[in-house]
Design a protein around this ligand. Structure first.
Ligand SMILES: C[S@@+](CC[C@H](N)C(=O)[O-])C[C@H]1O[C@@H](n2cnc3c(N)ncnc32)[C@H](O)[C@@H]1O
Length: 224
């Protein structure tokens, strides 16, 4: 890539990008190649971005993308475990994508400014989204929006959340469905169907998973 070439990102990162507010300063946690922060700055959606990663090797890859894009003046690479090296006044919107739901919840838990309600968090769990959603509800975060997409033949979900302080013990079904609309959106339906398939596999050892899978099936069948 040279300075005049625009980066191309896949549907999963594009969906994360859609949830970022125009004009917001971005922090991308677990950035690896730094594709998302570079793309958002190249496309004028973010005036600046921090591309952070806990591991030096991915951060080096990120630095390479930043350098090749000619965006070094506005996209800064930073070694950071979660948001520990990011100050509250450096970012408005924070993306944590491409990690497991439990790790994302842990990063949120350890973030000193997660409870600043002006911040938007865009979370893209690769696995165990239900655990992340339960954690969010139990810790006063509101799910403002959620969407799904297909990339490389896989279905992914992205959550837009912020802190409201309202603790809401949602039932187990909510942790799997949250803001999805399987009735109107095919990708949402597919995401829930994938939950059902996983639960049915787990059900061999535990009937509770089968009951939950049935409830989810009922829910999406009601939506047909
Ligand atoms: C699979 S990559 C995802 C890259 C990019 N965010 C995406 O969604 O395409 C996960 C990255 O998260 C980084 N990572 C894992 N745990 C982290 C943590 N606690 N804090 C910051 N980065 C972390 C890894 O080093 C790795 O580069």
């Amino acid at each position: 890539m040279n300075k005049n070439q625009k980066l191309i990102i896949d549907e999963r990162l594009r969906l994360c990008a859609e949830f970022v507010r125009d004009g917001s300063r971005l922090a991308d946690i677990g950035t690896d190649h730094a594709y998302l922060p570079v793309w958002l700055c190249q496309n004028g959606k973010c005036p600046s971005a921090i591309a952070a990663d806990i591991n030096p090797d991915p951060l080096e890859r990120g630095k390479e993308t930043i350098k090749n894009s000619g965006m070094s003046n506005i996209v800064k690479a930073r070694l950071s475990s979660g948001l520990k090296e990011i100050c509250a006044d450096e970012a408005d919107d924070i993306v944590i994508a491409g990690m497991g739901g439990e790790l994302i919840a842990k990063i949120m838990e350890e973030c000193s400014f997660a409870k600043d309600s002006s911040k938007h968090f865009i979370l893209q769990p690769m696995t165990k989204s239900e655990i992340l959603i339960r954690w969010l509800c139990q810790n006063g975060f509101e799910i403002i929006n959620q969407d799904c997409c297909i990339a490389a033949n896989k279905c992914y979900t992205v959550l837009l959340v912020n802190y409201t302080g309202v603790i809401d013990e949602k039932d187990e079904l909510f942790c799997y469905i949250a803001k999805l609309s399987p009735k109107t959106k095919k990708t949402h339906r597919l995401f829930v169907q994938n939950h059902i398939n996983r639960l049915l596999k787990q059900a061999n050892g535990d009937v509770r998973f089968a009951v939950l899978a049935d409830k989810l099936k009922e829910h999406i069948n009601d939506c047909k």
